[in-house]
Design a protein around this ligand. Structure first.
Ligand code: NDP
Length: 250
């Protein structure tokens, strides 16, 4: 990759679910690394706009893009908007996701359908557009989860969608042969965001915090650094891999 050459044009990255949490940290980090970023979100306009403003104040370039990733037409429009604004797309970070936990026997159809729609179909929708449109030399990074290895009770539906994302990662990496596009997944462990913290009793959070030998919760910036490695010049030889970024939890 030549993104460090002073006169090369900025690479363009779409980060889904970038209004908050891990996605916001990824967008900020990729912008700091010199990429132009498209900040996707589903409903929370204000934090997305604030993040774009913060990035531009720091000398970066950012665009916000409302699109429910489960809607294929909205995803196509988002790619259209990125191409119109910046001439093309080089990096897709498939970060948007939801997690609602319940024992399988108590999981409702609505719980199942929403996870499949956002986590699985949403990733499929963006991967399909990226597979068709990403410029040669591009990078795709999907967000999986270390629960795919941990298999804890109550995670059945969520973990199933993430396992599917890992399967698509391996297959798409092979399908993109000849384009110099890498496809990898990052699988975080417990990370301090609303998705992880909301609704959990403090003792559960304390327990999960101590599971990793590094004895702390992941921070969004830890995951952003891992994604930045895979998206940047030093990660170019990593392809078709799942990188668990979790402090050693599994
Ligand atoms: P948050 O709940 O903090 O943020 C979720 C983001 O996804 C928000 O920006 C939200 O946008 C966006 N989003 C949700 N639904 C949609 C949709 N249908 N279309 C577009 N955007 C959507 O989650 P995290 O930052 O914690 O998680 C990010 C990713 O990391 C997820 O894929 C998650 O599964 C994965 N992960 C997280 C772990 C953790 O411990 N936090 C551990 C392992 C994996 P809006 O603000 O508009 O709602």
């Amino acid at each position: 990759m030549d993104s460090k050459k002073p006169n090369s044009p900025a690479r363009v990255a779409i980060v889904t679910g970038a209004s908050r949490g891990i996605g916001a940290a990824i967008a900020e980090r990729l912008a700091a690394d010199g990429m132009t970023v498209v900040i996707n979100y589903s409903g929370n306009t204000r934090p997305a706009e604030e993040l774009a403003h913060k990035i531009e104040q720091a000398g970066g370039r950012a665009l916000t893009a409302q699109a429910d990733v489960s809607d294929p037409a909205a995803v196509a429009r988002m790619f259209d908007a990125a191409e119109t604004a910046f001439g093309g797309v080089d990096v897709l970070v498939n970060n948007a996701g939801i997690m609602h936990l319940a024992p399988l026997a108590e999981s409702t159809d609505a719980l199942f359908d929403s996870h499949v729609a956002v986590n699985l179909k949403g990733s499929f929708n963006t991967l399909r557009e990226a597979a068709r449109r990403l410029r040669n030399g591009g990078r795709i990074i999907n967000l999986s989860s270390s629960v795919v290895g941990l298999y804890q009770p109550t995670y059945a539906v969520y973990a199933a969608t993430k396992a599917a994302i890992e399967a698509m990662t391996h297959i798409l990496a092979k399908e993109l042969r000849g384009r110099n596009v890498t496809v990898n997944a990052v699988a975080p462990g417990p990370t301090a965001t609303a998705l992880f913290l909301d609704g959990k009793p403090q003792q559960v959070i304390d327990h999960l915090t101590k599971l990793a030998p590094l004895e702390r919760l992941g921070q969004p910036e830890d995951i952003a650094a891992t994604v930045a490695f895979l998206a940047g010049p030093d990660g170019g030889w990593i392809n078709g891999q799942v990188l668990r970024a979790n402090g050693g939890i599994i």
